[in-house]
Design a protein. Structure first.
Ligand code: SF4
Length: 235
């Protein structure tokens, strides 16, 4: 497992915390709007960040770094993830994991092992296989079933979590967001994130103009009663 990106300090990746963000390459999904296509297809273009470099940074700055956000790509494709996170936690840091939710077994391992403090799981589309397949580039229905399994795991609230959807014109409209919200009803947190047409996996998506933020805020107002917390992120 190689780390292919390291942002030493970020105030944006975990609300309320100062974190470092670690990027792990490759992903089992193929979302056409993915903004990390180089990390997924050509991670060799990025230098590998040695563990010691990150560890030294965290030790030196332990007074004010609260935690580490692990993102990708899809971090859960790596069997070594629990060991990697264990080393981070042994330095006294909190850990947030970003995931596409297709590895429920890994989520269980991390939750039961007290290895994660917060999980942010993407919900790519309404929970219907044919629609989800298109939005996430799924290979088979098994991946979709695993996403649904992960939703149920997080809803047990054994760990702090959020669901979030990157809202992309041509893939999502108001009805889709209402459908997603309906199926997640009762969950703790749900966020709508505005799409950024940059370095997209399908180059055609770079031509798509994101929704005006006000539209997302309007949809958010319609669904916020379903959740303890619901909001909009991005411009
Ligand atoms: S946006 Fe999709 S393809 Fe890109 S890293 Fe996330 S799950 Fe993988």
């Amino acid at each position: 497992m190689e780390v292919k990106g390291f942002i030493p300090n970020s105030l944006l990746d975990w609300e309320g915390y100062i974190v470092s963000t670690v990027f792990l390459p490759y992903c089992n999904f193929r979302c056409p709007f993915c903004q990390n296509s180089t990390l997924i297809f050509s991670p060799q273009k990025f230098p590998t960040i040695p563990w010691n470099e990150m560890e030294n940074y965290w030790k030196k700055n332990s007074k004010w770094i609260d935690g580490v956000c692990i993102t990708g790509g899809e971090p859960c494709i790596y069997k070594e993830l629990p060991e990697f996170i264990g080393k981070i936690k042994s330095l006294g840091l909190k850990v947030k994991l970003d995931t596409n939710g297709s590895f429920p077994e890994m989520l269980n391992i991390l939750i039961k092992g007290n290895l994660v403090d917060y999980i942010a799981m993407d919900i790519k589309a309404p929970l219907e296989y044919s629609v989800y397949r298109k939005a996430a580039g799924l290979k088979n229905k098994e991946e979709f079933d695993k996403v649904k399994e992960s939703i149920e795991i997080l809803k047990k609230e054994e760990v702090e979590y959020e669901f979030r959807t990157t809202v992309v014109p041509t893939l999502h409209n108001e009805e889709d967001i209402l459908k997603i919200a309906q199926s997640l009803k009762g969950a703790k947190r749900y966020f709508l994130q505005n799409f950024v047409p940059h370095d997209t996996l399908d180059p055609q998506f770079e031509k798509i103009k994101p929704y005006d933020r006000k539209i997302l805020e309007d949809w958010c107002n319609k669904i916020k009663g379903f959740f303890e917390e619901c909001g909009v992120r991005g411009k």
